[in-house]
Design a protein around this ligand. Structure first.
Ligand code: ADA
Length: 618
């Protein structure tokens, strides 16, 4: 096709979507109600969508905390933990200082302070949903611990604390480097602060630390739920008690346990007959609870029975062909940054469901609340540690390697019970992988050794044939049909052919591997700017890129779909403000930063709907 004809063809494509003066078709979509036969309530700490305990006394630590920035990092030498230097301002928790005007671009150290009041003495448990990037914590001037890794949750136990007021101080540092994970200069903003919910609770001497439930599907619609319970005996004596396993409010097993001081693991199980499966179309959840003694302590989680498997190049969910129609999502919004409140997370989920999508991927573990919504509304989640675009020297650095391993373990511990979790990814687009192949293999094998119930993968850039795939469980690659960073100012069909040829070559090299496009599309568009010639930055250019690229992954027999890059426009690292980022924002969102849909949203919605209709006719 001559280039002139090609431009007309594209112009025609765009015009058929939006008539001047009219609106594109938008199919109204009703979000189905979440369903669980047994409803165990709402977590009063607002950090989960269900009650996690019915007996623990909990204190919500959301609200204004005293705040002082420390750009010169003097706070340790000047002992801020014991002599507060004076309050600069009040800062909202959960929140990020980078969403306030005063600290908009501030990357560095800061101190937070508040009081906790206990109405009775007891063992205090402090739970942090996420602090970016590293922190140290003091209670009444005594250091109680530290944590590194901005996207994970963590806890501290302070035994036998007196009743009354206690001073809590948290030092936070958001600086990244070549030895942090994520590294410095990622393509998303390193929002600093205590940005996910924090709460305190009084726990008994014998407490439930963790529940790990593995649902195994058996023939005849039966499921065996193997449950491992981690018990923490905070006291210095052995305690004997009963453990009860509940399913949807019914006791299924009672086990008498002898717990020495410290941690111990106990196995319980139950069988569900005629079980209801979890899937995006029918996200059925069961409530699973563990109780110690006669309500001395309890903990609840939610589980779903489903099986992901592969058969040659096909990906299967509950034995049926499954293709991803997903979005890449960052926790990011102009007013809240990474500290998105529950209502905004829920809105995102609704917009994604209205797209007829079935999955979400993120470069780091999203908030637990987002994963709860995925479980509840039926979105398959692609879980990844933020090891983004590492270089060979970083990979070879034992400090970085250890951090990656620690983050991987924390991710699996936190997210294991979510039925929406499809795989664990050890990172994204590592550079010059042939130079760090041994390191890569070490991390992959480590990850596979931690959990064998989910796929383990690594995301590769540009659909290249990489021998690391001989060891990972899936082929997940980032790809787009039309170039966006290069010279062409309109989608170039010749280039597109060579891009498709790459995928064909990949399939020839790995014919028995499911191929998933972990990022697909990827063209920046200034929301509201239309250009009928489809030039760069226009909504038309982006719509062509995303929809055409996605079409290939959905309608090619051996492909397993993908995740559009990306859901919404997001703020990029401050260092990228002058690169191909509009005002410092990565504007490849199919909705803008306030979630107004761009043309590509409607094009994808149409495509996903067509795919679903075709599948249901089969
Ligand atoms: C890569 C990377 C993304 C983003 C994207 C882009 O695919 O994985 O995080 O940076 O490029 O927008 O260029």
């Amino acid at each position: 096709m001559s280039s002139l004809l090609f431009v007309f063809f594209l112009a025609d494509f765009a015009c058929s979507q939006v008539q001047p003066g009219g609106f594109p078709d938008f199919t109204p979509y009703e979000l189905p109600d979440a369903f669980m036969d047994y409803d165990d309530g709402i977590d009063p700490m607002q950090s989960r969508l269900f009650r996690t305990s019915s007996v623990r006394e909990q204190i919500n630590l959301s609200g204004f905390w005293e705040f002082v920035s420390d750009p010169g990092e003097k706070g340790d030498d000047e002992n801020y933990a014991n002599s507060w230097p004076g309050t600069e301002t009040l800062m909202w928790v959960p929140g990020t200082w980078n969403s306030t005007a005063r600290y908009w671009q501030y990357l560095g150290q800061a101190w937070y302070r508040r009081t906790i009041e206990l109405t009775r003495p007891g063992n205090l448990r402090l739970q942090f949903g996420g602090v970016f990037y590293r922190c140290e914590i003091w209670l009444d001037g005594r250091k109680i611990g530290s944590h590194e890794g901005g996207y994970m949750s963590f806890e501290f136990i302070i035994p036998d604390l007196d009743k009354g007021k206690h001073e809590l101080i948290v030092k936070v540092n958001s600086k990244l480097s070549s030895e942090t994970v994520p590294k410095f200069d990622t393509d998303w903003f390193p929002y600093g602060g205590i940005y996910r919910p924090v709460y305190a609770e009084i726990v008994p001497d014998l407490r439930i630390q963790e529940i790990k439930a593995t649902p195994l599907l058996k023939p005849g619609k039966q499921a065996l739920i193997k449950t491992q319970v981690l018990i923490d005996n905070i006291s210095s004596r052995t305690i004997t008690s009963d453990l009860k396993l509940f399913l949807n409010g019914q006791v299924k097993q009672t086990l008498s346990v002898n717990c020495k001081p410290g941690k111990s693991k106990h196995d319980l199980e139950c069988v569900i007959d005629d079980c209801k499966l979890w899937s995006p179309e029918s996200p059925y959840l069961y409530s699973l609870g563990i109780e110690i003694g006669d309500k001395q302590d309890d903990q609840f989680t939610r589980i779903g029975v489903r099986s992901f498997s592969k058969e040659g190049y096909k990906l299967l969910l509950n034995g049926e062909r499954f293709r991803f129609m997903g979005v890449n999502h960052h926790d990011d919004q102009p007013d809240w940054g990474s500290a998105m409140p529950p209502e905004i997370i829920k809105k995102d989920i609704e917009i994604i469901k209205a797209l007829h999508a079935n999955g979400i991927r993120c470069h780091y573990p999203s908030s637990e609340l987002l994963l709860d919504f995925c479980d509840q509304y039926g979105l398959v989640y692609f879980d990844e540690i933020p090891a983004w675009q590492l270089t060979p020297p970083m990979m070879a650095n034992p400090v970085v390697k250890q951090k990656m391993k620690d983050l991987f373990v924390e991710m699996v511990e936190r997210d294991y019970n979510h039925p929406s979790v499809f795989c664990w990814s050890i990172g994204n687009e590592w550079r010059e992988m042939e130079k760090c192949y041994a390191d890569l293999r070490e991390i992959l094998e480590f990850a596979q050794g931690i959990d064998s119930t989910h796929f383990v993968t690594l995301v590769i850039g540009g659909a290249c044939i990489d021998k690391s795939f001989e060891h990972s469980d899936l082929y997940t690659t980032n790809w787009d049909e039309y170039d966006w960073y290069g010279d062409p100012t309109v989608p170039d069909s010749t280039l597109a052919k060579s891009r498709i040829e790459r995928l064909l070559a990949l399939h020839r090299a790995f014919p028995d591997h499911p191929i998933i496009l972990s990022e697909v599309g990827g063209a920046g568009a200034q929301a509201g700017w239309h250009n009928w010639g489809n030039v760069k930055w226009s909504e038309e250019f982006q719509a062509i890129n995303t929809a055409e690229s996605f079409k290939f992954s959905l309608f090619t027999e051996w492909m397993s779909g993908g995740f559009v890059w990306q859901f919404c426009d997001t703020r990029s690292a401050p260092t990228r403000i002058l690169s191909a980022r509009l005002r410092g924002w990565n504007v490849k969102g199919i909705v803008d930063n306030y979630r107004h849909p761009k043309l590509s949203y409607y094009k994808l919605q149409e495509l996903f709907k067509t795919y679903r209709e075709q599948q249901s006719e089969k």
